[in-house]
Ligand binder design. Structure first.
Ligand SMILES: Cc1cc2nc3c(=O)[nH]c(=O)nc-3n(C[C@H](O)[C@H](O)[C@H](O)COP(=O)(O)OP(=O)(O)OC[C@H]3O[C@@H](n4cnc5c(N)ncnc54)[C@H](O)[C@@H]3O)c2cc1C
Length: 439
């Protein structure tokens, strides 16, 4: 086993690690950066197109975001859109897609109308459309719908469907190769501090660097805890699965109105970038003690990183004591049950497509991911967005949705911190980065 030295190590080749590697190699004068990934390629965990909804979240159709949060999300999404639009060839990385938020019944319509008034300045492309126009754009939404129940939608033609795994590959292809080295099939076993360096032990070689970024998704908290950081957190892995149709039911993304107490997007229908003749519905939400989809091997790692104790337990009890959240959890549990799950899910999807039948949907093996929701045990609350734990010249990143959308925004924030870690020894050309992605 060799010992390899670098100025910086990025642990994890998902969208977070890949976007950071791209940013560091192109916009700083760091000369040697390693990226370590346990799989034989990039983006095979939550970043894979099989594991997430493939949405570039602009905040316009996600009614769980208030205007302030939506504007922040929009900045992150616009950065990715700028990158995508500049690519010389698309290669299946993204599709331009229409997106719609659908309100059903008087109460939802009232909320959506108020939201439109609040949001229309920040989202000038967003159009308010009534039933007849909805029927032209998405005929299945109106077919067989009870005419007594009114509907209203906000609609945009400027959305994107993204294969984030391919985007991660594109970031890495476009790094400055003289400065970066990628190590696949390299599983990190431990990260320890020794003097001014971190020693990253893997099942291949040992790597050392003064600065490390841990972008291991659901696994990041485990490594933070080994180094004594993030002890106030427990991780609550929430599985999100999809049901899929083998024929096109929708022409674009259709989201439903969100209960603002819930941390996850309400059920939606999306085109599938791998096969646009298909429509996917979901994701569901079910908490299970594993860190990777379909991998029972990660059960011990869950217990090692979960940090479950009395405070964590009480936090979970407190979260579940809200009747809306409890109802949501029970409903979602039912969706995952054999035999009755699909029927129950179909009833839920009938909000979007009233004529949908059980035979229209299948559950495909390997479809769905895990959202690593952090629970702050001290404050007894669920953290809704991304979490970043800062240590001594080390950053731990944990990004549930919309983490893939925020990849360049997070890379910007982390690069600024990395520049500080090096105390003037390296420079970040933030002006060029902002010129390329923000201005
Ligand atoms: C159901 C669902 C729907 C979602 N929908 C959207 C959406 O529509 N839009 C959006 O923007 N976001 C969405 N997200 C969130 C998004 O998928 C994640 O935020 C994002 O993929 C996280 O990327 P990451 O690189 O941080 O983590 P990951 O993609 O999980 O990458 C972590 C990497 O670390 C590697 N790794 C782990 N342990 C080790 C180890 N010991 N040694 C070496 N390597 C290791 C893994 O193999 C992996 O490649 C969704 C998530 C879920 C679960």
């Amino acid at each position: 086993m060799a010992n390899k030295n670098f100025q910086l190590i990025v642990a994890g080749g998902g969208i977070t690690g890949s976007a950071l590697l791209y940013t560091l190699s192109r916009y700083t004068n760091l000369q040697s950066i390693a990226l370590l990934e346990k799989h034989d390629g990039l983006g095979q965990a939550n970043t894979s197109g099989l594991r997430n909804s493939q949405t570039l979240h602009f905040g316009d159709i996600e009614t769980n975001y208030n205007l302030e949060k939506a504007k922040k999300v929009k900045i992150g999404a616009s950065m990715v859109a700028k990158y995508l639009d500049r690519l010389p060839s698309n290669n299946g990385i993204f599709l331009h897609s229409n997106s719609m938020i659908l309100a059903i019944g008087e109460n939802e319509i009232k909320t959506l109308k108020e939201r439109f008034e609040q949001f229309k300045e920040a989202y000038p492309d967003l159009k308010r459309i009534e039933a007849d126009e909805i029927a032209k754009i998405e005929p299945q939404i109106m077919q067989g719908r009870d005419p007594q129940i009114p509907v209203l939608a906000l609609y945009s033609t400027t959305g994107y469907t993204v294969n984030y795994q391919k985007l991660a590959e594109s970031f890495v292809q476009n790094t400055d190769k003289n400065k970066t080295e990628i190590f696949f099939n390299t599983k990190i076993k431990s990260i320890k501090k020794s003097g001014d360096n971190y020693i990253v032990t893997t099942d291949q070689d040992t790597f050392t660097a003064p600065v490390v970024v841990v972008a291991l998704g659901t696994h990041s908290l485990l490594f933070a805890k080994h180094l004594g950081y993030g002890l106030e957190y427990a991780v609550l892995p929430v599985i999100g699965d999809y049901y899929t149709s083998d024929h096109r039911l929708l022409n674009g993304k259709v989201y439903t109105m969100q209960n603002e107490k819930l941390p996850f997007a309400a059920v939606h229908g999306d085109p599938n970038i791998f096969d646009t003749a298909e429509t996917r519905f979901g994701p569901t939400a079910l908490s299970l003690p594993i860190l990777e989809r379909g991998s029972l091997k990660t059960l011990p790692d869950f217990f090692r990183s979960a940090g479950f104790d009395w405070n964590a337990f009480m936090t979970i009890v407190k979260i579940h004591s809200d009747p809306d959240i409890l109802k949501f959890i029970i409903e979602n549990f039912i969706f995952t049950l054999p035999f009755i799950g699909r029927s129950a899910f179909v009833k839920n999807i009938a909000k979007i497509i009233p004529t949908i039948k059980k035979s229209d949907l299948q559950s495909k093996k390997g479809l769905g991911g895990i959202r690593p929701q952090l629970v702050n045990k001290k404050e007894r609350r669920l953290l809704l967005g991304a979490a970043e734990i800062l240590g001594d010249k080390i950053i731990f990143n944990v990004t549930p949705s919309p983490g893939a959308t925020a990849c360049l925004q997070n890379a910007l924030g982390m690069t600024k911190k990395i520049e500080e870690f090096f105390g003037g020894q390296i420079q970040f050309d933030e002006t060029s980065f902002k010129r390329d992605f923000i201005d």
